[in-house]
Write a protein that binds this ligand. Structure first.
Ligand code: ZN
Ligand code: ZN
Ligand code: ZN
Ligand code: ZN
Ligand code: ZN
Ligand code: ZN
Ligand code: ZN
Ligand code: ZN
Length: 293
């Protein structure tokens, strides 16, 4: 077993991309899940960090009591509801055997966040330290071995990647019209979820413009920004400029269709007064992938 499941190591197996299996720690159902053959719980990869927290001793409503993580639902002799928020608990929950009371995962997350000192200037929730993050992927760089997570948004990040960000908003050369917000819980459902420049799937962390519904992944934003202008290209004598949005076009270099972020070259013609007309009339669109990638 690669991830950390104290006490369940021998029974836990991974179920790949089985949508429709609802997680026992949150209400969502997407992506890879882990399932324990003994306890019958199902948990997202993103929610596994809860297993890092087996016991809690400092909960204000159970001072001096031990809240223990249970994986088989509330004990039969107890009220199944969370005694703080009143919601029905799921298979994963915390239980106080002194009070015979149950708390759901969301209320425990509220408590963990409230006591965490790891407040970052770029995120509105505090992060928590994850001890067993060796095999979890960082939402910034996609490499394994994370150190922190935001328990509310469920994003994971390396210590070294935390300092890439310094503000919840940036101005980016690929979208100069508006500031871009750093989102940490995936792209909004009503948008085209892929990066509007490279077309790759966006992860939990991405930059977003509300006004234009524009999504930019971490690679194109920070790790390997797409140049907004190319001047040293064999295929066109003029400088090629990136048009950073979703737009259908046919590449003039290879004849293939593209659906986003072409480069285009403007041949200036003094008679044309309308600039956008100039672009459309004289453009030489070249799509990004395959030519310069
Ligand atoms: Zn979950
Ligand atoms: Zn108690
Ligand atoms: Zn609750
Ligand atoms: Zn990282
Ligand atoms: Zn968060
Ligand atoms: Zn991208
Ligand atoms: Zn915008
Ligand atoms: Zn092409």
């Amino acid at each position: 077993m690669s991830l950390f499941f104290e006490g369940h190591e021998d029974h836990v197996s991974i179920i790949k991309h089985r949508d429709g299996l609802e997680c026992d720690a949150c209400d969502r159902s997407f992506g890879d899940v882990f399932s324990c053959g003994e306890c019958k719980f199902i948990v997202h990869k993103k929610c596994v960090f809860m297993f890092d927290i087996q016991e809690i001793f400092d909960h204000p409503s159970h001072d001096g009591h031990c809240l223990k993580l249970l994986t088989t639902g509330a004990p039969d002799y107890t009220d199944q509801k969370c005694h703080l928020c009143g919601k029905k608990t799921k298979r994963l929950l915390y239980h106080c055997s002194d009070c015979k009371l149950n708390l759901d995962i969301d209320c425990i997350i509220d408590h963990i966040c409230a006591r965490s000192p790891l407040k970052m200037p770029w995120h509105h929730h505090p992060l928590i330290k994850v001890e067993h993050g060796n095999n979890m992927l960082c939402d910034f760089c996609n490499e394994s071995g994370i150190d922190y997570c935001c328990p509310r948004c469920r994003f994971m990040i390396h210590e070294r990647c935390v300092f890439v960000f310094d503000s919840p908003e940036i101005t980016h050369p690929s979208h100069v019209r508006h500031p871009l917000k750093l989102l940490s819980n995936g792209a909004p459902d009503y948008t085209n979820l892929k990066c509007h420049i490279c077309g790759d799937a966006t992860g939990n962390l991405l930059y977003h413009c509300d006004i234009c519904k524009f999504n930019l992944d971490m690679r194109c934003a920070v790790r390997k920004p797409t140049p907004v202008a190319l001047s040293d290209v064999k295929v066109h004598e003029h400088t090629l400029t990136l048009m950073p949005r979703l737009i259908s076009f046919v590449c003039d270099a290879c004849g293939m269709k593209g659906d986003r972020a072409p480069y285009f070259g403007i041949s200036s013609s003094p008679k044309q007064e309308n600039k956008s007309m100039t672009v459309l009339n004289c453009c030489q669109t070249i799509h990004l992938h395959g030519h310069f990638a």
